[in-house]
Design a protein around this ligand. Sequence first.
Ligand code: ZN
Length: 242
Amino acid sequence: MRVLVISDIHANLTALEAVLDAAPTHDAVWCLGDLVGYGPDPNECVERVSRLEELVCLIGNHDQAAMGQIPRSRFNRDAGSVIAWTESALTDQTRAFLDTLPSRVTMDNFTLAHGSPNQPVWEYILDPVTADRNFEAMKTDYALVGHSHLPLIFQRPFDTSYASLRPIQWDEAMPLSPRMILNPGSVGQPRDGDPRASFAMLDTEDETWEMCRAEYNVNEVQLRILEAGLPERQALRLIGGW
Ligand code: ZN
């Protein structure tokens, strides 16, 4: 099965459409959460994702916050103000869809979570120590996570007792080898210095993972952010990828 893996769309419809256009043929879509927050198109993004075929979609911390399930005080001022705007913008239909989303799912040999397998909504896996804690508790060989907006691959083979970071090779199918925690990066707000939308293609039969980028019209989204009255910083960061 060929799976398009996306995460952290953050209400950026232009980036989402670019990824869907750029993605090679696939049989399923796995979306790792944070469909809304930061960006200007929350309802449009949820509607577009909900129409994807063979979809597995998880809830993220921004989705939960926009539903009033996490207090805004847990976010920084900027993110909190966008959450308030998003909360008031969400339609009943969008809420109904977000309300169905699970926080952790197991698909064959893959654990899917927004943050981490251990703490699916809040924990960031940014370092080998946190990766190790998760490897120790994982019941599958692989975990797919988002949340940090950084394309990352941690590996910890069975004969090793510590996790390490693996360099990313773009546009190249990398063979999967047990065990790994993989982050496809962010569709709508990349933070690795590259403004292009980030995603991954997973082949569960060939057992390969390919990291990809899709260019999109950032200026168009920046204008919509400003028109919506959202913080200027959220527009600025898209062009620098931070
Ligand atoms: Zn996010």
